[in-house]
Every structure is written in structure tokens, then in C-alpha cells.
Design a protein around this ligand. Structure first.
Ligand SMILES: CC(C)(COP(=O)(O)OP(=O)(O)OC[C@H]1O[C@@H](n2cnc3c(N)ncnc32)[C@H](O)[C@@H]1OP(=O)(O)O)[C@@H](O)C(=O)NCCC(=O)NCCS
Length: 192
């Protein structure tokens, strides 16, 4: 569906494999990264291994599968973008995490932007969706920067570590993406 690796100004985005396991375990266990995410904490090496083995036969996002892509800076994983393709390849759902030490550098925006560009280059891709906790301001900001449109809030709809929390839905249509007057690559100059 999309040819990996993707490259942007600073990042390489490729399928998450065993060499990314230690990084994944480290940032998934960081309370700041896990706070609004529904994975189990502690997130063990065995869980990471299952995730990576579960996608060993895939070489990229594919229909009815959920894949984790590693986001690398100079060969070191700093986070991931997750992609789920559904509706016979016409819609996708995305998620993203960046290790705390690497946050605030524009990496999530750059990585997600590159993934979105690649997904919308696939013939027939119609809509991309992301959801986030309303309190997750950095995540919302990433979606705003990439042109996602707020679609609505589902109250107490996601069960995260013993608590029902609200969930905001954002989406971007292919037609909206085509009309955006920017590339999805954020350069240090753009951010100055
Ligand atoms: C959300 C997340 C991926 C963003 O990663 P990142 O690489 O820091 O993102 P970027 O640097 O591309 O952009 C972050 C933006 O949020 C802004 N921001 C950071 N903290 C903020 C806050 N408390 N309030 C408002 N905006 C905030 C930054 O200033 C930046 O915007 P700017 O470029 O206009 O200055 C990262 O915070 C993360 O991994 N969080 C934990 C996992 C998570 O919640 N993922 C999203 C699940 S839906």
C-alpha cells in the first residue's frame, strides 16, 4: 500500500522491528507518554515482542491490520506512528507517540505528516481519523498543525486504566488534504 521507509527532512519511518523493542518498552513505560494512551502499564518486553512479532509478516500498513511504524532520527527510534487501514483501504486511523526527551522538536508533526501524505497518495484513500483525550493539548496541536478538523466529542467513551474518559475525534478528507497550502514537512526554519 505505501512504500517504506518514508523519509522526511529529519526522519526515517519504517516498520517497527526487533531492533526498536527496547525503545518502545522505554517510552511506553514513561508515565508522561502513557498518560492518555490505553496500553497496559507496565508495558513489558514480552508485550512489545508480541506486538513486533504480530506484524513480522507485514511490510507496511495493509487492510484490516494495525501496524506500528518506528520513527527514527539518525538511526535511533524516537517514537512511533500507528496506522490502521479499514473500509477496504478507503479509510485509515492513526496514532502517534514520541519519547519525552525528543518531544517539542516537531517530530510528531513531521512523522505524521509524512505518513498522511503517503496514505493519501494511495488511490482510493478517502479519509484519515485520529482521536485524542480532550486534555491532551500537544496531541490536539499536532492535529491542528496538519489540518485535521474537529468532528466531535464522545463522552466517557474510552476506558483507560480504570476510568472512563472523553474522546475527541478529528478527521482529514482527501479533498481537504489536497487543498492544504503546505507540505507536511516541518523544517527548523518553518518553526522559527
Ligand atoms: C502528542 C505527542 C506525540 C507530540 O509529539 P511532539 O513531537 O512533541 O509534537 P510536535 O513537536 O510536532 O508538536 C507539539 C506541539 O504541541 C505544543 N504543545 C506542547 N505542550 C503543549 C501544551 N501543554 N499546551 C498546548 N500546546 C502544547 C508544542 O508547542 C507544539 O506546537 P508548536 O509547534 O505550535 O509549538 C507527544 O506529546 C506524545 O508522545 N505524547 C504522549 C503520547 C500521546 O499522547 N500521543 C497522542 C495520542 S492521541
Amino acid at each position: 500500500m505505501i512504500d517504506l521507509p518514508l523519509t522526511s527532512d529529519r526522519l526515517t519511518i519504517r516498520m517497527m522491528r526487533s531492533e526498536h523493542l527496547a525503545g518502545l518498552v522505554a517510552y511506553r513505560n514513561d508515565p508522561e507518554v502513557a498518560r492518555f494512551q490505553d496500553w497496559e502499564v507496565p508495558f513489558s518486553e514480552a508485550m512489545a515482542e508480541r506486538l513486533i512479532i504480530g506484524q513480522a509478516d507485514l511490510d507496511g500498513p495493509s487492510n484490516d491490520a494495525w501496524v506500528q511504524l518506528a520513527v527514527e532520527v539518525r538511526g535511533t527510534a524516537v517514537g512511533d506512528v500507528a496506522v490502521g487501514i479499514h473500509d477496504e483501504g478507503r479509510q485509515a486511523t492513526v496514532g502517534y507517540s514520541i519519547a519525552v526527551d525528543e518531544q517539542g522538536k516537531g517530530y510528531a508533526t513531521e512523522a505524521l505528516g509524512a505518513v498522511i501524505d503517503a496514505l493519501f497518495a494511495v488511490p482510493g484513500m478517502h479519509r484519515i481519523v485520529a482521536t485524542t483525550d480532550p486534555q491532551n493539548a500537544p496531541s490536539r496541536r499536532v492535529l491542528d498543525k496538519l489540518g485535521f478538523r474537529f468532528e466531535g466529542r464522545s463522552l466517557k467513551s474510552v476506558f483507560v486504566r480504570g476510568e472512563w474518559v472523553d474522546d475527541d475525534r478529528f478527521a482529514l478528507l482527501a479533498s481537504e488534504h489536497a487543498g492544504l497550502n503546505h507540505t507536511n514537512v516541518v523544517t527548523p526554519d518553518d518553526r522559527a
